[in-house]
Design a protein around this ligand. Structure first.
Ligand SMILES: *Cc1c(COP(=O)(O)O)cnc(C)c1O
Length: 411
């Protein structure tokens, strides 16, 4: 049984029945007519409060808060319930009172995107789709390919030519049909939209498919539940990197729901972190202006999104939580990658660790103060892009196989 009440357009406020539409509001169109899934929270509250009574150690423990009509379509991969670490040495490095790390690289295809793909594939099966598609900087693609493989559902993927090799390897191993587009992510995205319409493929693009953010929000439900379980201090800030804006939108929705359901009394502030070479959210937020798409130039490929497709929900997350955007350079991302790995053994890809660099930048500029507690979501595993990692660490020393050679280096 689903607790979904309706779909509401974030642009014009029109309401639709659940499953009346597949994607966006037809009146506003896909650029602005993003839908939000609304639940009967009074009914949900009766089921989940005072605690989520589920033995399921995956994101599906939050079933009453997910748009599921028929649970038989769920693929039982271990998605979600990722580890949450307290990282005291990292907190010292960053200059904050306490720092939690949520390691999303531990998901089945090694990124946060699995929370969304799990819902996307479930919905595609519900809707009896014959093929599923998405455009992606890399992680949504490899994630969708993995979940589609698990479900035996054919997938067609569009990625920009700069997608890292490891992400391409995942796509090919999972057996997806792959198009490497000679262009940017933004161009791959438009092409995927066109193809989806032309051929009737089910579209997993997170910005236009209202159900996917519902998967993404589970990271916040979990984060709060895990901290409450440990009787830990709740964070003043939840920190995450921002590309299209769906992830940060999901983070906000999950936190908001935990407040609505009575688990927390206040929603933490959200710090949205962009790359200095691609910061359309930060620019619009600082100038209080509409979105102006930019050309992307950053090593953090997963957030190299010059034309964010979920501008509304991304902005809403920062405004409603009274949070902030910051931007970090590629060098700062390199520092964050090394510092996180050396303090916690968590190895994140560039966009995955951008949040760590963001905390440091926000402390230095006085946005976060040193008495505050932060929780940083590490959105993707470092093994997905080793080229960038080695660029930040330098190559190892090569020596002859003799103890003399070792001594020479040590001297
Ligand atoms: C997709 C992604 C993000 C950003 O998510 P958006 O929804 O595009 O804002 C951040 N980090 C990683 C590793 C990602 O794959």
């Amino acid at each position: 049984m689903s607790f979904v009440q309706k779909l509401v357009c974030v642009c014009c406020g029109r309401e639709y029945r659940d499953d009346e539409l597949n994607y966006y509001c037809p009146i506003c169109g896909y650029q602005t007519g993003i839908l939000d899934v609304k639940y009967d929270y009074d009914a949900v509250e009766k089921v989940v409060n005072p605690k989520f009574d589920s033995k399921d150690r995956s994101m599906w423990r939050y079933l009453p808060l997910l748009p599921v009509r028929d649970a038989t379509h769920i693929q039982h991969l271990q998605v979600g319930w990722t580890p949450l670490y307290s990282a005291p040495r990292l907190a010292v490095e960053l200059g904050v009172a306490q720092c939690y790390i949520k390691d999303e690289g531990r998901n089945p295809t090694a990124s946060f995107k699995d929370r969304a793909s799990a819902v996307g594939v479930m919905k595609a099966l519900e809707k009896k789709a014959e093929r599923i598609t998405c455009a992606s900087t890399g992680n949504a693609a490899s994630s969708l390919a993995g979940f589609a493989a698990a479900a035996g559902l054919p997938a067609t993927i569009f990625v920009p030519k700069r997608a890292p090799q490891a992400k391409l390897a995942q796509l090919l191993v999972y057996g997806a049909q792959v198009f490497v587009v000679e262009g940017t992510y933004d161009e791959a995205w438009e092409l995927c939209m066109e193809a989806s319409e032309e051929f009737g493929w089910y579209n997993r693009n997170c910005a236009i498919n209202p159900y996917l953010i519902e998967g993404k929000k589970t990271v916040s439900l979990e984060l709060i539940e895990q901290i409450l379980d440990e009787q830990g201090k709740l964070p003043d800030w939840v920190v995450v990197s921002v590309g299209d804006g769906c992830t940060v939108g999901g983070v906000w929705k999950g936190l908001w729901e935990m407040k609505r359901l009575g688990f927390i009394s206040e929603v933490p502030k959200i710090l949205g972190v962009q790359a200095d070479g691609c910061k359309p959210f930060l620019t619009a937020w600082q100038d209080n202006k509409p979105l102006i798409p930019v050309a992307a130039n950053t090593i953090a490929d997963s957030i190299a999104v010059g034309h964010p497709r979920n501008f509304y929900k991304g902005m809403q997350a920062i405004h409603e939580s009274q949070g902030s955007f910051v931007a970090v350079t590629d060098e700062e991302i390199g520092w964050a990658m090394r510092t996180l790995a050396r303090a916690t053994a968590v190895f994140g890809e560039p966009a995955g660790v951008a949040g760590i660099a963001g905390v440091r930048a926000a402390v230095q500029s006085g946005i976060i103060n040193s008495a505050e507690t932060v929780a940083v979501i590490i959105t993707g595993n470092g093994l997905k892009d080793i080229q960038s990692a080695i660029q930040f660490t330098g190559a190892p020393k090569r020596i002859a196989p003799s103890i003399t050679a070792v001594k020479e280096v040590l001297r």
